[in-house]
Design a protein around this ligand. Structure first.
Ligand SMILES: CC(C)(COP(=O)(O)OP(=O)(O)OC[C@H]1O[C@@H](n2cnc3c(N)ncnc32)[C@H](O)[C@@H]1OP(=O)(O)O)[C@@H](O)C(=O)NCCC(=O)NCCS
Length: 189
């Protein structure tokens, strides 16, 4: 049985360990989780299975003026849609412990997050997904299930968004990262 609840301070060592293994050594720090708990424009949900935290999803709700720092899309039709939306919700960082993958934790967290962003009045829900050099996007099935569609793919995206001197230290392909960032979104009525 999977429960989804807000990240609490005592969960930070667990989610940090999951992040380091699944998203890379330079992607999130303890401060990022502290910010996600404190900042009005962010929230972080965790998935709990058999009493243990097995995954997390950090979300952000932002206005079009923050598009460059939150998304950094190139000039494209999808960017125009973002810029014409008053409030956008993004599944910003999602990861599940390797031992718990494929059992519904990621789907349960993402679904709860999208419900919250919808209830908050977002006109769009989106995610910048990570497509590996093999062409696999781990989170694609979950995003599709939430009604989002895949759009523009951006090469070298994670090296630009992660502030590491040698480029993002990707858990799949090392530094600099050769994966794509792929923008998925759904507009809401
Ligand atoms: C992407 C990620 C978060 C998914 O988490 P997860 O808990 O494995 O996700 P789920 O179990 O909900 O779904 C994964 C698959 O298992 C299937 N599944 C869901 N519940 C299931 C269940 N109870 N039993 C068996 N399979 C199940 C889903 O249909 C999905 O299949 P699909 O990928 O073919 O659509 C996880 O793989 C991960 O952390 N990957 C590394 C980091 C990463 O890529 N993060 C995303 C960055 S954009």
């Amino acid at each position: 049985m999977i429960a989804v609840r807000r990240l609490e301070e005592g969960d930070v060592p667990s989610v940090l360990r999951i992040s380091l293994a699944e998203l890379g050594s330079d992607y999130l720090s303890e401060t990022d989780f502290a910010d996600a708990m404190a900042d009005d424009e962010q929230f972080c949900n965790v998935a709990v299975m058999d009493g243990s935290v097995v995954g997390f999803a950090i979300c952000r709700v932002f206005g079009p003026g923050s598009e460059p720092e939150v998304l950094g899309l190139p000039d494209c039709p999808e960017r125009d849609v973002v810029l014409s939306t008053d409030m956008i919700g993004i599944l910003d960082s999602v990861a599940v412990d390797d031992s718990a993958k494929g059992r519904g934790a990621g789907s349960a967290m993402c679904s709860a997050c999208v419900d919250e962003m919808t209830a908050a009045g977002c006109g769009m829900v989106c995610a910048m997904a990570w497509r590996s050099t093999t062409g696999r996007t781990n989170i694609a099935g979950i995003l599709r299930g939430l009604g989002m569609a895949e759009t523009v793919a951006i090469p070298g995206y994670w090296n630009r968004m992660v502030d590491s001197p040698g480029g993002h230290d990707c858990p799949e392909c090392g530094a600099p990262c050769r994966c794509h960032g792929v923008f998925w979104y759904r507009t809401l009525p």
